[in-house]
Design a protein around this ligand. Structure first.
Ligand SMILES: C[S@@+](CC[C@H](N)C(=O)[O-])C[C@H]1O[C@@H](n2cnc3c(N)ncnc32)[C@H](O)[C@@H]1O
Length: 237
């Protein structure tokens, strides 16, 4: 019995890999996370566009932040694993679709952990997906990192210190996920460190509502699915 976390990219079915497509098509059941039983999750939307004949099995997964959020997510993952275990049979192949890549900030890691506890013989596999930030870079630059330039991947909902350290490292590229209410602070730090001209933000990437703009022009409130990218500061030759 195998459960595969399948990354379906940021939203555009054209950005789904062949490996992901094949796994989705051949799975006995495709599980998809959603916020409520009646709500169609983003990953499910990608599957529906890709293979309209497939009906995903929804796994309700509330989102949240902070302590109660972590506990609620753990409880939801345990409940999801229980639901999935009730569907899975010996020898079957199952797919769990997630936005972007399953190994990064994805519901899959937690669900896989609990599914494995519930079904110790379960094999866990992953098919990588195109991440949202890659879509943003593709739309905004042909040269994000070069030579020995490092990359910081940080969270807007993380600590202010981390954010400041990442943006303050002018020779590094910065990607910011889970931007949330930190957007005004991100803009302020980019200004402070002279990086505004190298910074872009994109939201709902890969969907019909995809928007990309220079960071200084971005409104202070953007959807949850928003990403910021800042290129390393390069001195002219
Ligand atoms: C729970 S994480 C999921 C990350 C995902 N596993 C990935 O590999 O891209 C959610 C965060 O990813 C980013 N994100 C995911 N999909 C996005 C999209 N379509 N457009 C913009 N940002 C996106 C946002 O920063 C969002 O807050």
């Amino acid at each position: 019995m195998r459960l595969t976390g399948v990354g379906v990219g940021p939203g555009d079915p054209g950005l789904v890999t062949m490996a992901a497509f094949e796994e989705i098509r051949s799975a006995m059941v495709v599980f998809a996370p959603s916020l409520a039983a009646a709500a169609v999750g983003r990953a499910e939307t990608v599957v529906a566009k890709l293979v309209p004949s497939i009906t995903c099995h929804r796994v309700v997964f509330p989102m949240g932040r902070g302590r109660p959020g972590v506990e609620a997510r753990r409880a939801a993952a345990a409940e999801a694993a229980e639901q999935m275990a009730g569907v899975m049979i010996e020898g079957g192949r199952y797919a769990f679709v997630t936005l972007g890549d399953p190994t990064l900030y994805s519901t899959f890691s937690l669900v896989a952990e609990y599914a494995k506890l519930r079904l110790p013989k379960l094999e866990i596999a992953v098919i990588p997906g195109v991440m949202a930030f890659q879509r943003l870079l593709a739309l905004s630059t042909a040269n994000f990192l070069d030579n020995d330039e490092p990359l910081h991947l940080v969270l807007g909902i993380g600590s202010d210190q981390e954010l400041e350290r990442a943006i303050g490292d002018r020779n590094a590229g910065v990607v910011i996920y889970k931007v949330g209410s930190a957007l005004p602070r991100i803009k302020e730090l980019a200004r402070e460190f002279g990086r505004s001209a190298d910074a872009v933000a994109g939201w709902l990437l890969g969907t019909e509502e995809e928007t990309v703009m220079p960071l200084p022009l971005v409104p202070d409130e953007v959807p949850y699915l928003a990403t910021v990218a800042i290129r390393p500061t390069r001195e002219p030759d």
